[in-house]
Design a protein around this ligand. Structure first.
Ligand SMILES: Nc1ncnc2c1ncn2[C@@H]1O[C@H](COP(=O)(O)OP(=O)(O)OP(=O)(O)O)[C@@H](O)[C@H]1O
Ligand SMILES: [Mg+2]
Length: 417
């Protein structure tokens, strides 16, 4: 049924579990091949020979997965009845996709109105299966419209934090986007300096409240440099202690992405495990480097690792060359940068110590400084990439759990009786 080409699914999917109960050999084969799709690296897929009866039995005792895919030979009222029995055994957030024998628009409408995410006709080809699953999981997690931007430095001190700040100022002030900014540096954070706040929060506090879905407590850990920009005022974590685990940090990202259309993470001064977790799932990656040999070498190595992380082809990566003019005569020329990194820098930012150090010394953000708007303007094309329609008012949040959940089948029947 789903013959539209889906967009926005070219991301590493959230950690999820999928159980498939199938009889058709070709569809089973396609399901088993999902492990080869880079987007499924964190998705556990289990394929079992069976049908809706097998599924009902499976969840009598055990908890249900994120998504169930069931093949059926029958499509009449009796099947719909069995679907109701299945939903009674499932946890509220579980989604369902049905694979059936015939193309039947009425059945499709009926099933989707009951909360089933999609109806597919067997045999299902692998690209259709992976696309429909990706779409379902993204909808289910409520992150379909939100964009995650990761900004990472090839090495320390290349200006990652400063340029992340210029980027979020562009997003919030110039493009009118509701934006969230945080870093993953814990006690090593310098975010407060450029944005003029005292660190009042620990990242570990933020991840704890996120795990409890305690949005009110999270709000107390934020500052708002302008109407559209919220920043996690972290930095009071101890410098010499391990902070949070990647999974905990991701829980925080998940929560933020249900409320903010754009979430930006400054990865400078964070540990590799957190960098990896965020880079794996970001829609846009900005890699900041200076035009110097040590930094460019590190950039090349990091780009290779990102490529591997993304399954062999790099998606959404932009190269930002910062501090051009820092060491005249000793810098690597633009043409050589392109040859070494096999891509053109998306933007080049001049070395301007008066402006950057001046902003820090005066406790101002860069756009409040004379000449600072030009730096924001140089970052704007990158900001625009994640904004669907800059003239449009910002995209508001999508509510997780509103559609396509199997739990709704039960609710529907409950309200009927
Ligand atoms: N284009 C520039 N011209 C001049 N100075 C700059 C420029 N970009 C950043 N700086 C300055 O360089 C210093 C380091 O920048 P910043 O803290 O943003 O780097 P970083 O990569 O985040 O560092 P860390 O690895 O410590 O997190 C700061 O004092 C900043 O003001
Ligand atoms: Mg930094």
């Amino acid at each position: 049924m789903n013959d539209k080409v889906q967009t926005g699914t070219s991301v590493l999917l959230p950690a999820a579990t999928i159980d498939l109960f199938l009889k058709d050999k070709e569809t089973s084969e396609a399901a088993r091949s999902l492990v080869n799709d880079w987007r499924f690296a964190r998705v556990t897929v289990s394929v079992e020979e069976g049908d809706i009866e097998t599924a009902i039995q499976s969840y009598e005792q055990a908890g249900s997965p994120s998504l169930i895919i069931i093949e059926t030979d029958t499509t009449g009222d009796s099947f719909v009845g069995r679907l109701e029995a299945l939903s009674a055994n499932c946890d509220e957030g579980t989604a369902a996709i049905i694979v059936g024998p015939v193309n039947d628009v009425n059945l499709y409408r009926k099933l989707t109105s009951m909360g089933v995410s999609d109806y597919l006709v067997r045999p299902v080809a692998q690209d259709t299966l992976s696309e429909v699953i990706a779409k379902t999981l993204i909808d289910q997690m409520g992150v379909s419209d939100s964009r995650l931007i990761a900004v990472v430095g090839a090495k320390g001190g290349v200006g990652t934090t400063s340029l992340t700040q210029a980027l979020v100022l562009g997003l919030s002030q110039d493009l009118n986007q509701k934006t969230f900014l945080m870093d993953a540096a814990g006690g090593w954070s310098t975010l407060g300096i450029g944005l003029g706040f005292e660190p009042i929060a620990k990242i570990s506090e933020a991840t704890r409240v996120a795990a409890n879905h305690d949005v009110d407590s999270l709000k107390r850990l934020l500052v708002q440099p302008n109407d559209k920009l919220s920043v996690l005022a972290s930095g009071s974590d101890p410098m010499l202690e391990n902070m949070v685990e990647p999974e905990e940090y991701e829980t925080l990202i998940d929560l933020l992405m249900t409320s903010y259309p754009v979430v930006v993470v400054d990865l400078s001064a964070s540990r590799p495990a957190l960098k990896k977790a965020v880079l794996s799932r970001a829609h846009e990656l900005l890699l900041v480097t200076t035009p110097t040999l040590p930094s460019l070498r590190a950039a090349r190595t990091l780009m290779h690792e990102i490529k591997t992380l993304q399954g062999g082809a790099t998606h959404g990566l932009d190269l930002v060359v910062n501090m051009q003019g820092l060491a005249p005569g000793k810098e690597v020329p633009k043409a050589d940068i392109k040859a070494a990194l096999e891509r053109e820098p998306s933007t080049v930012i001049p070395f301007d110590p008066k402006l950057f150090f001046g902003a820090e010394a005066e406790g101002k953000n860069i756009s409040q400084m004379k000449g600072g708007e030009q730096i924001v303007d140089l970052m704007l094309p990158l900001a625009r990439k994640v904004v669907k329609n800059p003239s449009e008012k910002n995209v508001e949040s999508t509510d997780a759990g509103e559609n396509g959940l199997l739990g709704q089948v039960l609710n529907k029947f409950k309200t009927k009786s």
